[in-house]
Design a protein around this ligand. Structure first.
Ligand code: ARG
Length: 285
């Protein structure tokens, strides 16, 4: 750890998350380069690894809601794609690939029965997989899944600035595989710390990130390749892959507490910690 006397106080903010126990997890189709249906998967192992993440959230004081995974929808464990929620309003996903499209109605139903305002989308989008709240603005991924039209749709819906970022590497097909917001709550107008993998973005998007987030952590290709950026943070504890050793050191240097959770089995579907975690932002969080 560096001898940085300027190290800021990092305070945890209690989060409310939606997760789905991967009881029906497998890889039966391929919609991203990580998925190889011919290779074996171990559902019990996926459940055990997922449980470790769930337990870590609960153990650190977070609230976790659950949605049942439907048989035949193995990707439902990646609840980050189940919506994008701010101020108690849940914008529902419209999945790019047919294999995941039936998930939308199930997430919509869950939100409706849990007191959220449900907003049906007009345009293709994959929820918090591609939309990340960073301070006052929304960072929005495009290139593989969510469309530019959906970026406009959320700008109108939430009345916030949307910064569109173009993903160029098929391994990092959702924004949350290449960029992580480490401060879920900041004072109005303040810059949250973000971390990102520069090589996952086109030149213009990299320029935008440099301009808007001069204090960002830039993560190495090695850490990106093990899904290091697919992490969750409460502003103090950063939940991340044990394989992302460089990124672990970087967050510790910035005063965060790295909490490592290995989701190797879920990586076979192309997902990690953040993919399994959807933020439920109520009217006051
Ligand atoms: N197999 C899933 C897909 O390709 C993985 C989704 C990962 N989720 C995420 N938020 N990055 O859609």
């Amino acid at each position: 750890m560096s001898q940085n006397t300027q190290m800021p106080e990092r305070s945890p903010h209690r989060r409310r998350y939606l997760m789905s126990r991967p009881e029906h997890f497998t890889v039966s189709y391929s919609i991203n380069p990580w998925m190889h249906p011919a290779d074996p998967t171990d559902t019990a192992k996926a459940v055990a690894q997922w449980q470790a993440l769930y337990d870590a959230y609960i153990g650190l004081g977070h609230e976790v809601e659950l949605i049942d995974q439907a048989p035949g929808l193995p990707d439902m464990v990646y609840t980050a794609n189940g919506g994008f929620v701010i101020d108690g309003r849940a914008y529902i996903p419209k999945f790019r690939y047919a294999e995941r499209q039936p998930e939308s109605a199930l997430f919509a139903e869950w939100f409706a029965s849990n007191g959220f305002e449900v907003v049906e989308p007009e345009y293709t989008n994959e929820g918090e997989g591609d939309f990340l709240l960073a301070g006052d603005a929304i960072l929005a991924g495009r290139g593989f899944r969510s469309t530019d039209d959906s970026h406009r749709e959320i700008a109108d819906l939430f009345g916030r600035e949307v910064l569109s970022l173009t993903l160029v590497d098929p391994r990092f097909y959702h924004l949350d595989t290449a960029l992580s917001v480490l401060d879920p709550v900041v004072a109005p107008g303040a810059e949250p710390t973000i971390a990102y993998l520069p090589g996952a973005f086109d030149d213009e998007s990299r320029g935008l990130l440099e301009e808007r987030f001069p204090g960002a952590i830039r993560v190495s290709d090695e850490d990106g390749a093990v899904f290091g950026l697919n992490s969750a943070s409460d502003g103090h504890n950063v939940f991340l892959s044990p394989r992302a050793t460089g990124f672990i050191a970087q967050v510790a240097e910035r005063g965060y507490n790295p909490v490592t959770i290995d989701l190797s089995e879920l990586l076979l579907g192309g997902g990690g910690i953040k993919c399994c975690t959807l933020e439920l932002r109520g009217a006051s969080s």
